[in-house]
Design a protein around this ligand. Sequence first.
Ligand SMILES: NC(=O)c1ccc[n+]([C@@H]2O[C@H](COP(=O)([O-])OP(=O)(O)OC[C@H]3O[C@@H](n4cnc5c(N)ncnc54)[C@H](OP(=O)(O)O)[C@@H]3O)[C@@H](O)[C@H]2O)c1
Length: 264
Amino acid sequence: MDLGLDSKVAWVLGASSGLGRASAAALAGEGASVAVSARDEAKLAQSAHAIEQETGSRCVAVPLDVTDAAAIPAAADRIASELGPVEMLVANAGGPPPGSFPSFDEDALRAAFELTTASAWRLAQAVVPSMRARGAGVIIFITSSSTKEVIPGLLFSNMMRAAVVGMAKTMSKELGPDGIRVLCVAPGRIETPRVNALDQVHADRSGLSIDKVRAESWSKIPLGRYGEPREFGDVVAFLASGRASYMTGTSVVVDGGLLNSILS
Ligand SMILES: NC(=O)c1ccc[n+]([C@@H]2O[C@H](COP(=O)([O-])OP(=O)(O)OC[C@H]3O[C@@H](n4cnc5c(N)ncnc54)[C@H](OP(=O)(O)O)[C@@H]3O)[C@@H](O)[C@H]2O)c1
């Protein structure tokens, strides 16, 4: 299937690793020109270079901390001048810290809000005016299966991402008439550094070996394994493309069948 992304401009955040990197690679693999952002400049430059080598598409590194509100419009302007206005935004960053209600204070609450919720809002604010002016655009928020079934021990993911889904749904209603689609993609357990780190936290807390923790986790997934980042990135590329032109205002779960809810 040709996704028709040749020379379209995408901006993918949290793209030096894991799901963001895989999404950027999938979009570039379909011919899109991609700007990738994350904080660690050296790692980001390496990822951009590798994506260019792998795909032959243009990939520009635009270092950015998504919690730096002032830097977001500046990054969008830089991308517009180097590649053209952003036509596909994939908003993503590292996840908020694991922990339960009694373990956090208000500073932690604010930090999680800035990282997960406010960043999604600000990134969308930075691209919507030019999308509106052109009458087309796609905004994809990478969320989590926690938006469908809360995950014990991940209070801030459960909380902050629900707000992103509410925002995305509302935006889809408001921006659909302008030709802008807004979607969430919710990973279950995709094998990335983040998932490996969470498994290690679980192993340290429980005293179980990391292999045992992973085996237990796999046993809850009907497909019997974690997803590969590529399997996630391909879904993002499809949703960003005109092949998904009638999809907006929904959350697509990529979880190997993990969730139990029939509403997922
Ligand atoms: N993997 C899964 O199965 C899974 C499941 C549910 C939810 N999620 C969520 O999906 C998101 C991506 O997960 P992942 O597994 O791909 O994580 P990952 O491998 O740790 O990658 C996170 C990426 O985000 C960047 N990043 C972190 N904080 C940032 C910030 N403040 N500003 C800009 N970039 C930032 C990181 O680079 P720098 O550190 O250099 O900035 C890195 O490129 C996370 O929010 C995670 O919680 C993942």
